[in-house]
Ligand binder design. Structure first.
Ligand code: KMH
Ligand code: ZN
Length: 310
């Protein structure tokens, strides 16, 4: 892997995995997601990976929800908006694409394989549920796989990539997902530079062992040569170590409360910006510069804000 000229910090501010009962600091309403995103950008995050939620924290997909989030963020800060097409594993594909088809963002996530994606273990740790929807929601992941079949991946590449000029955060939860990406590259459906986001530590995907990260980079080198930009994160307590490992290897990083609610052992993060500040300090200590949104646009070949439908 070549060393990227600057380190792109992505922040996944809320996601759809963690639930309100786990932390009072998880942003939920559109206003809270906007504030969290603006603060993360001000702290040095070039990319905001976005999901939407209803005010009680239920994952939301409606374009109208993203309309309450994206324009207010961009009125306050310059940042690359990356809309999730993973949504939640309980949404239909049309629901998962509603926000991205409405906005034609610069970036969208694209999950590179069907898999078990289990976080029912959250239920064993929560004693006081804030809302009735939460417990069945997390327990349901023990029996509902996360479907990202090849026809769905191709559909997203055509609908968002070919038709709207959106580029992708290719979320790879296993080494096999790199080969799936290589298949779509061979088909001419994905153009370099590819942003490969290695995801570690999801139950059902590759584990948070550092040897797995090194191996993922080795195989990405073999398949894509210099045509990719690597980023990585681990879910939960290994978040900062994996971000640090990626930056140390020359790659980019992702943090945020979507992936980890923590800032240290037994200490809840009080904001997304707190995690951005922490990893920013690590990256600067490693002697690597932080990418601005325009740096990220250049390194990832993005179309720019003018191409987003606001
Ligand atoms: N929460 C991550 C482990 C997506 O939004 O497309 C998965 C994710 C999927 O970010
Ligand atoms: Zn996500």
């Amino acid at each position: 892997m070549h060393t990227a000229e600057k380190v792109i910090i992505s922040t996944a501010v809320t996601g759809s995995v963690n639930v309100p009962s786990q932390s009072d600091y998880l942003p939920l309403s559109p206003e809270e997601v906007v504030r969290a995103s603006v603060e993360a950008a001000a702290a040095g995050s070039a990319i905001i990976h976005l999901h939407a939620r209803h005010p009680d924290g239920r994952p939301a997909f409606e374009a109208g929800m993203f309309e309450q989030i994206i324009p207010p963020i961009l009125e306050q800060v310059d940042v690359v908006i990356n809309i999730s097409t993973g949504g939640s594993s309980q949404m239909t594909m049309d629901e998962r694409l509603a926000g991205a088809t409405r906005f034609s963002p610069e970036l969208a996530s694209l999950n590179m394989g069907s898999m078990n994606f289990v976080y029912s273990g959250i239920a064993d740790k929560v004693t006081n549920w804030k809302h009735d929807w939460e417990e069945p929601y997390v327990r349901g992941t023990y029996s509902h796989p996360f479907i990202n079949s090849f026809d769905r991946i191709e559909y997203v590449l055509r609908e968002l990539g070919e038709k709207r000029g959106t580029r992708f955060e290719f979320e790879c939860y296993d080494i096999g997902h790199l080969y799936s990406l290589a298949y779509f590259v061979d088909k001419g459906l994905a153009e370099p530079p590819f942003m490969i986001q290695g995801v570690f530590g999801i139950l059902g995907g590759i584990g948070a062992d550092h040897a797995n990260l090194e191996h993922m980079v080795r195989i990405a080198d073999k398949l894509f040569g210099d045509d990719y930009q690597f980023s990585a994160f681990a879910a939960g307590r290994d978040q900062m170590q994996f971000a640090t490992h990626s930056a140390w290897l020359g790659g980019h990083v992702r943090v945020g409360l979507e992936d980890s609610l923590w800032i240290g052992k037994g200490r809840l993060a009080e904001s997304n910006a707190q995690q951005v500040e922490k990893i920013r300090g690590v990256i600067e200590d490693l002697g690597r510069p932080i990418a601005t949104p325009d740096d990220a646009r250049r390194m990832l070949g993005l179309k720019g804000l003018a191409g987003v439908t606001l």
